[in-house]
Ligand binder design. Sequence first.
Ligand code: C2O
Length: 349
Amino acid sequence: NPVAPPDLSKCHIATQGAPSGEDKCCPPYSMAEIIDYDFPRTPLRVRRPAHEVKEDTDYMNKYREAVKKMKELKSDHPWNFYQQALVHCAYCNGAYDQVGYPGVALQVHYSWLFLPWHRYYLHFFERILGKLIDDDTFTLPYWNFDVKEGMTMPEIFTSDENSPLYNKNSRNKDHYHPKLLDYRYGYKAGSGSNASSDDELVQLNMSYMRSTFKNSMQLPELFMGDPLRAGEPDSSGKGSGGLEGIHNGIHQFVGPTTNPHTDMGNFATAARDCMFYSLHANVDRLWHLYRNFRGNRVEFNEPDWLDASFVFYDEHERVVRVKVKDCLTPTKLRYTYEEVPIPWMGSIK
Ligand code: C2O
């Protein structure tokens, strides 16, 4: 059976790896009525690369304004920036049990749920930001970390400590621009690409991206993550897909090296950093590219994936239910990605 949304009224302390003091992730809308999501019919929104929007003053003013407003909402408002971040904690650190399976945490990482869940999470977050500034074309920028120009932390998040986009909690400042990102970075000893120059690191990153795509072209679980069905704990031998693996390295690259690596290096707190959403926008874009390379063939043609469902708080302040099968085409969610060169692609197919 497909994984079902949690019973919101049974949210509890997060039991999976949240650092102490960060384990209360329950959203404030536990008794709300849940309705099926009415998919938007608004203009198509175009997400652009973070290293390019920095020159667009109008856009940057809007983005800062939207995040500022979101951070200033009442702390228990479901749209509040930190409430939104707690949603990630709840689904990542075991604040819910799966309905009908007491003691089995609902977990949206390490499996085929990873990409669809985060696609919806960004969708609602982006639309709430747009709503706060009354702009139905607003988009999050994507951290275009698969091209050389985007292979550093985007400066829109690091250059101004007083910007609403800045995160004053801990980050690894030694990794700020112009330090190059390493897809194999990790806190574990022995991680890293050991490149001898920046040029070499760019090449290593790009060939890692290319092989991640190429090796998984016929076998989506290698890219997306293994199947996870209702009642299965994420620890039952399931594995993350290759894209999630690269994404984990980037989380760690941004977070501080000291335990518990909050904010970005720890899932319970990662979404408190605006950089999180741009990292995930590019992860989402890479999934979109993967589908295109496969001729938009469905990755897993089975109800256990297609009918898996989640709930989110939407831009009309309603709690809505969504299914994996309805997010496979970004245009259905009324957004797309500005097309940019894909230098690592070569001959993937
Ligand atoms: Cu839900 Cu980047 O992780």
